[in-house]
Design a binder for this molecule. Sequence first.
Ligand code: B12
Ligand code: SF4
Ligand code: SF4
Length: 400
Amino acid sequence: MIEGTEKADLRRELASYGFDEVRFTDLSPVAANRLEEWIELGYHADMEWLKNSIEKRLDPQLVLEDACSVVMLGVNYLPSEVGAMAQKRWGKYSLYQDYHDTVLKGLKRAGALLESRYGLGSRDYRYYVDTGPVMERGWAAASGMGWQGKNGMLISKSHGNWLLLATLITKLEIEPDPPLKKRPSESARNAELGALCGKCRRCIDACPTEAIVEAGILDANRCISYQTIENKGVIPREIREGIGSRIFGCDICLDICPWNRFARSGRQILLSSRYDICDLGLLDILEMDIETFRATFRKTPIKRLKLRGLLRNACIVAGNIRESEGWIEPGGSDWLNRVELVLVSLARYEEAMVRPHAVWALYRLLGERASVVLKGSRCEEDDEATLEEYRWWEKEYLSV
Ligand code: B12
Ligand code: SF4
Ligand code: SF4
């Protein structure tokens, strides 16, 4: 069993690789694991990979036989620049090179350390950053890194909502750290869900699409983060207005949390910032071609969205310009005219997935007048989802 000064030394060494939090836990089931119920209710939307890996997520022995400890690692990603912190367009994690790649470097070093210090082989441990079949937040809470808040996030007293998580499962026996707070009625290994939230419910009330259906339980179908990042098709009409100015990801239920007030930016040893992304204007995106897209978003998580996904999201943001302060840019009516013109051309965009969103945006901006500027595109349209969008608006105006 690794404990005492040996454990403290291991923690220090791992922290020196760039992890802002290093905690240990064992493999007891995580508190109130409602993963199966969550999936049965369809809250995973079309993330079938979650459903397909459910057994592994519930039983870490299926991930690594004879595993007995988990090293939970946290990387603080709170932007160090005010502009990047305050903007409401991009999920803050996307203002860095893809953390799946950069944090992996720290995990590789951690694995190498276990091999050299404790004689482990490469089959005696597994590590993941986000993509593994493991309940990262449940384990992080069990390890005492923080607690799972009503917004579902692992919240830390020192880093607020701004930790990215990584997991290393090992056959080594390491003395577990105590969870943050124990409920006397529950097993001592269980972290209390919503432990330091108290009566607060700001995150639930702030969510514009009512995606937090009960404390700690999120319906991905209604979540802006899911819709703007994971959804590969048409974004449901009833969610679009709530998206407001968010072009990739959503931090609303994180930003509102009072526990962020103690958070400061971290060392960013395992991150590489791309705060310049915040300088892009809405027109820069709406008018973007494939080469510029590739060059601009190289190595960032946004590149996985592909140009068509970004244009789809940008159309929605354009349709929300009047209500959201997020994208008002200098240029007044000239600027708005250019936005409208580019939307007209996006209503004919070669990738059908973009088109219904451009049509939606034009109707939102121009009202019935949109049917005049869209007349030509409407005649040539053969994509069912886009035709449905036209019909929906035509019915709206017929009934007025
Ligand atoms: C699928 C996924 C998503 C989905 C679904 C999110 C969700 N809430 O499940 C979508 C695409 C919507 C998403 C969005 C985001 N994600 Co995400 N996502 C994941 C992923 C891959 C799996 C999460 C999962 O298993 N969900 C299933 C549900 C059932 O599990 P759970 O949320 O842990 O649920 C627990 C609660 O329901 C709890 N519970 C049960 N009853 C009760 C009762 C109460 C009162 C409470 C409080 C809790 C509670 O028990 C469950 C089990 O422990 C993880 C990585 C991983 N492997 O864990 C990253 C991860 C959770 N995501 C992350 C991030 C950063 C985000 C975003 C902030 C990105 C963004 N800016 O847009 C948003 C935040 C949305 C939010 N409020 O959760 C980070 C979170 C870090 C942290 N500090 O918590 C993770 C851990 C990735 C990482 N390695 O850093 N994500
Ligand atoms: S990430 Fe945004 S949409 Fe999703 S639950 Fe939080 S506030 Fe709601
Ligand atoms: S906003 Fe309030 S309820 Fe939501 S996670 Fe933070 S403390 Fe908990």
